[in-house]
Write a protein that binds this ligand. Structure first.
Ligand code: NAP
Length: 306
């Protein structure tokens, strides 16, 4: 029986693990993919304090993991499919039928890239359709690429893709970006980037070689056009990973977990941290704050429920 099980190994989960391990609580962190979460798929991070020249997402993830493991955090790879609570014992079930029990749970499962749900997206997934520039960008040397979205992810990753691509079109459904100003300025100055405003993709076309074109519709004029491109990178937001909870904790209409200031949820002994929590600012800096708070609250809960 663990004191704490943390589900999800991004910055929120790893920080929670660092804090609970330093509090000498026996802690297991379960991660379905790579530790680091979305940070692991981010090429370069320059708004996390302490790294004045920036740091790669992979290196920051490794540093966070090493630091927590040094204090005793156990990490296993596995996909959680169920969570139940009875008599102050929380039981976590993994896809391979393995189960683990803990006095307290910290949900730090983050979110997954949201699909566009347009024709050709599923058909050409992995053959030109991508949600991760860091993972796939290098396959597109000299290519013409299309990025969808106007947030931090779309513009930052669009900039990153100019390292490989000859031309990057950023297609945004409005005429104003949501991304932070400093990133916008860089994109406007980059000669390889061209913005396509007020437009959304409505079809991804291709052949046996993969994606060949992205069909675009102007939402103001209704005008249809097409961009010849061999890759499309989709950054239209993220959906929270909360399906496995099956009503155990309260969520909002978009399925984000409702947490209190101390990161407690509607279920006693179950805490939340990071992007999976309903909150306004989703950053590494806010995720680690959530993780620390959730860990301290879990410690307090265990102490009070001995
Ligand atoms: P986001 O901020 O939610 O932006 C999603 C973008 O996609 C928006 O521009 C949105 O348009 C557009 N969009 C949404 N649905 C669409 C659809 N069906 N068709 C076409 N376009 C659509 O998502 P994100 O950029 O992935 O960022 C997620 C969170 O992580 C944010 O809080 C962001 O600040 C944070 N983040 C931070 C950094 C950083 O600090 N370095 C890096 C990456 C992400 P509208 O603008 O019209 O809504």
């Amino acid at each position: 029986m663990y004191d704490v099980i943390i589900i999800g190994g991004g910055p929120a989960g790893l920080t929670a693990g660092l804090y609970t391990s330093r509090a000498r609580l026996k802690t297991l962190l379960i991660e379905k993919g790579f530790t680091g979460g979305q940070v692991m798929t981010t090429e370069w991070i320059e708004n996390y304090p302490g790294f004045e020249d920036g740091i790669s997402g992979a290196e920051l993830s490794q540093k966070m993991e090493k630091q927590a493991v040094k204090f005793g955090l156990e990490i296993v790879q596995g996909s959680v499919i169920g969570l139940s609570s009875m008599d102050k014992v929380n039981k976590v079930t993994l896809e391979n039928d393995e189960t683990h029990e803990a006095k307290a749970i910290i949900l730090a499962t983050g979110s997954n890239p949201r699909p566009l749900k347009i024709e050709g997206e599923d058909e050409f997934r992995g053959r030109g359709v991508s949600y991760c520039a860091t993972c796939d960008g290098a396959f597109f040397r000299g290519a013409t690429l299309v990025v969808i979205g106007g947030g931090d992810s779309a513009v930052e990753e669009g900039l990153f893709l100019t390292k490989f691509a000859e031309k990057v079109y950023i297609v945004h459904r409005r005429d104003e970006l949501r991304a932070v100003k400093v990133v916008q300025e860089r994109a406007f100055e980059n000669p390889k980037i061209e913005f396509v405003w007020d437009s959304v993709p409505d079809k991804i076309a291709g052949d046996a070689t993969g994606v060949t074109a992205v069909h675009i519709k102007n939402v103001k004029t209704g005008e249809q056009s097409s961009i010849d491109a061999t890759g499309i990178f989709i950054y239209v937001g993220y959906d929270p990973n909360t399906e496995f909870l099956q009503g155990l904790v309260s969520v909002n209409d978009s399925k984000y977990i409702l947490g209190n200031d101390d990161m407690s949820t509607s279920a006693p002994g179950v805490f939340v941290a990071g992007d999976v929590r309903k909150k306004t600012l989703k950053q590494i800096a806010t995720a680690v704050g959530d993780g620390a708070t959730a860990a301290m609250s879990a410690e307090k809960y265990i102490e009070e429920n001995k």
